[in-house]
Design a protein around this ligand. Structure first.
Ligand code: ADP
Ligand code: ZN
Length: 721
């Protein structure tokens, strides 16, 4: 190949052709450095026939490639995945490729990196800034830049500390090997149901078969132990495994559990990694030295050298849906990756999504069931508390029956979990005198009061303000009242009711790193917490044998808003959180506070009859032509300039093609009509399943032009509407 077609990573242009200099080897998938104007950009060589270029240049006018990175080329299955993802989600191949090369620093030649850490020596001159820095980075290690960020000081402060001897340099070898996991380190004895499921999964791994399989087991049935057998088989064959988790907070418990089973930790991949860890992991994955990787959805696009198994744990979780950049669903992309790699894909869940169940019904996915909890653990007893018949006291949120249950649980020295999917103290703060409400200046959203930090925060853009003493409108003092509960307010009520009990609030505000999650798990296991008050963060994954009571503070919360998946999500969430109760030898119970105990979803939760609920939900979807029977795509037009956003949205609406089996609704203000200072209008495309709606939208939008201040994004198979 003397001519190479290259997809550049950060150019809006299509693929460009370059000349391959003498003595340089370039093949499809090679990672190269190419000139563009005065710039040097990273790119990937591609098969020309799969990536047409609209700027064909004669051989004599080609520019030379500047370099080829010293890493393995992206393999064909990953290249096919990039093409598929770009095509399906209407994204540019370059934006997908950026996810594959997540760590461009991994491409740098050097095999060692200098990191820094605290020595323990006190510097002769201890300024407040130095003190702050040393305190915050006490047990951390990283590049100077990273430590400065953690400590919230300038690079110069860190460098000064290095000079004074309080911080020292350490050479990190980024090729230092990952010890391979031992498949037989501590293999459990499976019960007959588990063995049967494990055998089917192991066989698929052994045969290198593309086989998506739903591992549908109740909470505590041993799904993890079962899919670990498939992981063990992949390890024996020297092939790589990817385990996707929905939440970075679940990584730490998973690492520990994996260590117990296989003797070493797997490679972790998530946004919290330091740049050096990222480099080391990326290279080891690309060179096939990392046998098992556990990660958030971004781990899906890494360049595995020989992938033999993909596991999507808690596969029903909506956080697998990426809502920024490339709008993809990691569960669905995982299945496609398995297809291109020809390896099995396990979707593990106690509450599979209707979309996944439908794939099973159509015979496209296999299904393995684990209907019983492992060992002596029984499913918890579930009951509803009718908030109309048994209301909490005035100004309180916990009904008397739930309070009694908490008392009993405390008396038995067992642990309780109160679930409320709302961060902060109160979802709305207003002035008692004039009715002023605190709204985010950037979003169509109320500011949420956080008492722990004494701030009002927007949960959509991150804007924060101190809580003012006086109302900004009527200047009245001490007139602000909090409306409705958030987890912090429930924790206050618990503290008032049970002053001796040890409580913990678990939300993304308190558990923001794997280390924090590990700390929480440690305190739970040590019995250092009696009552947890938490958001959806505590609903999954955790296994605390002494946790026997779960209280759902407001089961109706998720049903507001009329979202397509509201009932399904409520069912999944409450069933998951219920699954935290009674996982050990002691029986568990669950109390669900609701205003509508007769609602179908509440009845399904109480009786445990998931099938009837799913059947009714599925039927309703079928009638409405909603997913998985029909499909949606959302087109969102946004701009800081409201008339501009509206005008372009109307233009998009006006030019909608008339296609049989497709209907376009809108434009209407998007659910968040303003987000991060941008006004948003949405058009919703509803189409028959069989219609290639992407093709239609590509042509439709491709023919339009709009000013740069407007942005048009497409979300295929959208959530949250
Ligand atoms: P799930 O993922 O289905 O919720 P887990 O895999 O977390 O279930 O299993 C629940 C608990 O039961 C865990 O502590 C797990 O180690 C234990 N367990 C499950 N199966 C076995 C087994 N065959 N032998 C020993 N312990 C098991
Ligand atoms: Zn905001």
């Amino acid at each position: 190949m003397t001519r190479a077609r290259v997809l550049l990573l950060n150019a809006a242009l299509g693929p460009l052709d370059y000349r391959v200099p003498h003595g340089t080897e370039v093949e499809p998938g090679s990672i190269v450095v190419a000139p563009l104007g005065p710039r040097q950009l990273l790119g990937v060589a591609w098969e020309p026939d799969r990536m047409p270029s609209d700027a064909e240049v004669g051989d004599n006018r080609l520019r030379n490639l500047l370099a080829v990175a010293d890493v393995p080329p992206l393999r064909a299955p990953l290249r096919r995945l990039v093409e598929w993802t770009a095509d399906y989600y209407l994204a540019s191949p370059a934006s997908v490729l950026r996810m594959c090369l997540a760590s461009t620093s991994a491409l740098e030649g050097a095999r060692t990196v200098t990191e820094y850490r605290v020595t323990g020596e006190v510097p002769p001159r201890l300024t407040p800034q130095r003190e702050q820095a040393l305190e915050r980075i006490a047990d951390r290690q990283g590049l100077i830049r990273e430590l400065a960020t953690i400590a919230d000081v300038s690079d110069a402060v860190i460098r000064g500390l290095v000079k004074s001897g309080a911080i020292e340099a350490v050479e990190v070898d980024i090729d230092s090997p990952f010890v391979p996991p031992d498949p037989d380190h501590a293999a459990p004895t499976l019960n007959p149901g588990q063995s049967e499921a494990a055998a089917a999964l192991v066989a698929a791994v052994a045969d290198h078969r593309f086989e998506p399989t739903l591992l549908d087991g109740v909470t505590g049935s041993g799904k993890t132990e079962v899919y670990f057998e498939a992981v063990a088989e992949a390890i024996r064959q020297g092939r790589q495994t990817l385990v996707l988790l929905p939440e970075i907070a679940l990584t730490e418990p998973f690492l520990k559990r994996f260590h117990d089973r296989f003797g070493v930790e797997p490679v972790a991949w998530h946004s919290g990694l330091r740049s050096t860890q990222r480099r080391r992991a990326w290279r080891a994955i690309a060179e096939g030295r990392a046998l098992v990787t556990v990660g958030a959805r971004s781990a899906l696009f890494l360049p595995y050298a020989n992938l033999g198994l993909i596991v999507v744990d808690e596969a029903h979780e909506t956080s697998f849906k990426q809502e920024e950049g490339v709008h993809y669903h990691a569960r669905d992309v995982a299945v496609m990756r398995g297809k291109f790699e020809q390896c099995p894909v396990i979707l593990a869940s106690a509450t599979p999504a209707i979309e996944t169940r439908q794939q099973v019904a159509l015979g496209r996915y296999a299904e393995l069931k684990l209907p019983d909890r492992y060992g002596p653990a029984e499913m918890p007893h579930i009951a509803a508390i009718d908030l109309i018949a048994e209301p909490p006291e005035r100004g309180r949120w916990l009904a008397p029956r739930l309070v009694t249950a908490l008392t009993e649980t405390l008396d038995r020295r067992e642990q309780s979990l109160l679930f409320l999917n709302r961060r902060g103290y109160a979802p709305l703060t207003l002035c008692r005198t004039c009715g002023h409400r605190f709204q985010c200046p950037n979003c169509t959203a109320w500011m949420v009061e956080h008492r722990l930090t004494r701030r009002l925060a927007c949960h959509h853009c991150g804007h924060v303000e101190p809580v003012p003493r006086a109302c900004p409108e009527c200047k009245g003092e001490d007139t602000l009242v909090a409306c409705g509960p958030g987890v912090e307010r429930i924790a206050d009520e618990v503290a008032l009711l049970f002053p001796e009990a040890k409580t913990a609030v678990v939300t993304s505000d308190t558990i923001w790193s794997p280390a924090k999650a590990a700390e929480f798990v440690g305190r739970m296991e040590a019995g250092d917490i009696d009552i947890v008050v938490g958001t959806q963060l505590v609903t999954k994954g955790y296994h605390f044998p002494n946790l026997t009571l779960v209280g759902v503070v407001d089961a109706d919360l998720g049903l507001e808003g009329g979202d397509l998946r509201a009932a399904e999500r409520t069912f999944q969430q409450i069933r998951q959180v219920s699954g935290r109760a009674g996982r050990g030898e002691k029986p568990g119970r669950v109390l669900i506070q609701t205003h509508s105990p007769q609602a179908q979803v509440m009845q399904a939760l109480i009786t445990g009859d998931a099938e009837t609920f799913y059947a009714a939900e599925t039927e309703a979807r079928r009638e409405a032509g909603a997913p998985p029977f029909g499909r949606y795509a959302a087109i969102v037009v946004s701009s800081e300039d409201q008339p501009c956003a509206l005008e372009i949205a109307r233009l998009v609406g006006r030019t909608a093609p008339k296609v049989d089996g497709m209907h376009v609704y809108g434009p209407a203000p998007a659910p968040l009509a303003m987000l991060r200072g941008r006004h948003r209008y949405r058009l919703l495309v509803h189409a028959r399943r069989a219609l290639d709606v992407q093709d239609v939208i590509r042509e439709w939008l491709g023919a339009l032009e709009w000013p740069a201040k407007a942005r048009v994004t497409v979300d295929v198979d959208p959530y949250n509407f």
